[in-house]
Design a protein around this ligand. Sequence first.
Ligand SMILES: *[C@@H]1O[C@H](CO)[C@@H](O)[C@H](O)[C@H]1NC(C)=O
Ligand SMILES: *[C@@H]1O[C@H](CO)[C@@H](O)[C@H](O)[C@H]1NC(C)=O
Ligand SMILES: *[C@@H]1O[C@H](CO)[C@@H](O)[C@H](O)[C@H]1NC(C)=O
Ligand SMILES: *[C@@H]1O[C@H](CO)[C@@H](O)[C@H](O)[C@H]1NC(C)=O
Ligand SMILES: *[C@@H]1O[C@H](CO)[C@@H](O)[C@H](O)[C@H]1NC(C)=O
Length: 356
Amino acid sequence: MQKINNYCWTFIKFLIAWATCVVIIFCCWTHKKTDLLAIPYPPALINFNTSSQYLSSNLASPCQLGNHIFELASLYGLSKHLNRTPAFFIESGYHKNMLDSIRSTMPGLIGKYAIFDGSVPTSLKETKFQKVCCVYENPWNLKRSQHEYLHLTGKFYQSWKYFPNMREELISFLNTSVQNFGILPISNNNTHVSCVHSRRGDFVEMNFYATDPKFMKNAVKFLKEKENYSKKNQKIVLFGDDFKFMRNLFSEAKVSTDAHESVEYYISQNSAIDDFLYSAYNCDEVLITAPRSTFGWWLGYFSKGDKVYYLDIKHARDRVYDNGEIAENDFFLPHWTPLKFAAAINFTVVESGKVD
Ligand SMILES: *[C@@H]1O[C@H](CO)[C@@H](O)[C@H](O)[C@H]1NC(C)=O
Ligand SMILES: *[C@@H]1O[C@H](CO)[C@@H](O)[C@H](O)[C@H]1NC(C)=O
Ligand SMILES: *[C@@H]1O[C@H](CO)[C@@H](O)[C@H](O)[C@H]1NC(C)=O
Ligand SMILES: *[C@@H]1O[C@H](CO)[C@@H](O)[C@H](O)[C@H]1NC(C)=O
Ligand SMILES: *[C@@H]1O[C@H](CO)[C@@H](O)[C@H](O)[C@H]1NC(C)=O
């Protein structure tokens, strides 16, 4: 009996050890799969019968700064059009991060928003709007909404048509309190600054068109001929997420954090807000080499010269464009200039015709 009991006990211990192992492995496995930042916060407490009417939307909060600015600029523009107060619900950790990053880069923009701490209450009805990222939808049907809280299902809102004629106001929202441009050149009567944005990183994996080195190199050549304005100095400043890529293409470039030296090419390693401010003060024009990059888009939109060249998206192999989710005239401003290679086997960069 004693022996059997002993045997049982050993067996039970073995089972417990096994079960613990299984639980630990399971927890590790599911923990990896659970994205803590995505866990929804409890519903926000909101008041009804206030004197305001609000406009809010789903947001692509896990995305990056350029996407965040599009969403908040567009919802602000829309709310002006609809005579509503734009509202931001802090629905998760991602929303919290998005709010923090907008607060530090464009405090004036988020200052226009009513902030609600928590998820959108389920009692609020959603209104369908903005099905794809980059096609403008006319908001005429939203005008008729009587909802005190108008909450939209869409995301991204990547069209300047949601915030027409608001460039100066949006520039004024940038946080100018700290500025550190390093040794990047100053645009003035003697110096013309061309800014070139590139994007590699996850664009390569996501089947978004990432900067083609040959296009970048030859488009810079195009700019140097086209934009020389007989000023004494012409400077090229490169921006992008892949330092090695830029360094390989322009090995003679100096980095913004280097000791001061006057050269022709520079690579910015400054923060996002410093890049926006630098563009607003110094970029006489901006070249966008990855046409889907929203960071490149804003660099161009904020630029001193308000002059932008971009790779014609028709000539870029981009999954979202191929799916018909981008209307070129909604995404790129009418006065921006598309570029392309001269021919299939001629890599000279030339202007591309616009289709209306
Ligand atoms: C708001 O006011 C209307 C009429 O003034 C009333 O019928 C309604 O119950 C109020 N709603 C809430 C949530 O208090
Ligand atoms: C602007 O940025 C600085 C530096 O990141 C930050 O300390 C400051 O709070 C920001 N200004 C506003 C108004 O948010
Ligand atoms: C730059 O040129 C403009 C127009 O030619 C002139 O009015 C201005 O004084 C110049 N600025 C400087 C700093 O030389
Ligand atoms: C400036 O551009 C024009 C026309 O594109 C060209 O003829 C001229 O040689 C260029 N000047 C310089 C200094 O590169
Ligand atoms: C390539 O295209 C450019 C611009 O159209 C043209 O000037 C050049 O002669 C072409 N080069 C060749 C080798 O065809």
